[in-house]
Design a protein around this ligand. Structure first.
Ligand code: FE2
Length: 195
């Protein structure tokens, strides 16, 4: 698959890394991840899988909240679910051990990257009125975003586009990006190509 089929800015902004990034992108693009809203909500009800810091919710001030853990610092599902049902976006950290599809993706990236990968889920019921994600920002590492279900509108660099589950985004280091609109139920996997 040619890099032009991805949303990305590979050749223009990150020539040093472009071959490696393209290889990672191809693996991530081709890898099937079977997970729907029922399945992710089911997984979130596993007792003691989600300790404090594993889950955060972005509030309407643009700040991360974590006021849904018990005295032993494990998730209180019902308390978190209320925020989900109001339309706020949840960030699940480090999810590549969560299902067989995710574990096998980690194993496929490993020989290219040379280290195990930290990837996060962004989960939302969809919102027209709540903040869909972080404001425009960038990272000092490359990121690949793979939508699992739901469409969203993104800005990456100087371009705005709709992202659907048949496409991934390559976001080279230091490229500004944000989700500007997330009206549908959405789950996306953000793969951080870090250490
Ligand atoms: Fe980001």
């Amino acid at each position: 698959m040619s890099v032009n089929q991805y949303h990305g800015f590979l050749k223009r902004e990150s020539p040093r890394n472009s071959e490696y990034l393209e290889e990672c992108a191809k693996i991530i693009n081709d890898h099937e991840i079977e997970i729907d809203e029922d399945k992710i909500l089911d997984l979130l009800q596993i007792t003691k899988r989600f300790p404090e810091a594993a889950i955060k919710v972005l509030n309407h001030c643009g700040l991360m909240s974590d006021q849904f853990f018990d005295a032993n610092k494990f998730l209180i599902y019902e308390r978190w679910k209320k925020l989900y049902d109001y339309g706020f976006t949840t960030l699940l950290n480090n999810v590549l051990d969560l299902t067989a599809d995710l574990r096998s993706l980690d194993q496929k990236i490993l020989p290219l990257k040379g280290s195990y990968t930290n990837a996060n889920f962004y989960l939302s019921k969809g919102t027209m009125s709540r903040r869909p994600s972080f404001d425009l920002h960038n990272h000092d590492y490359d990121v690949i975003v793979k939508p699992i279900y739901g469409k969203s509108i993104w800005v990456v660099g100087n371009e705005e586009f709709e992202l659907s589950p048949d496409t991934i985004i390559i976001i080279p280091a230091f490229t500004d990006h944000c989700v500007v609109s997330s009206p549908e139920k959405r789950l996306s996997l953000t793969i951080n190509l870090t250490k």
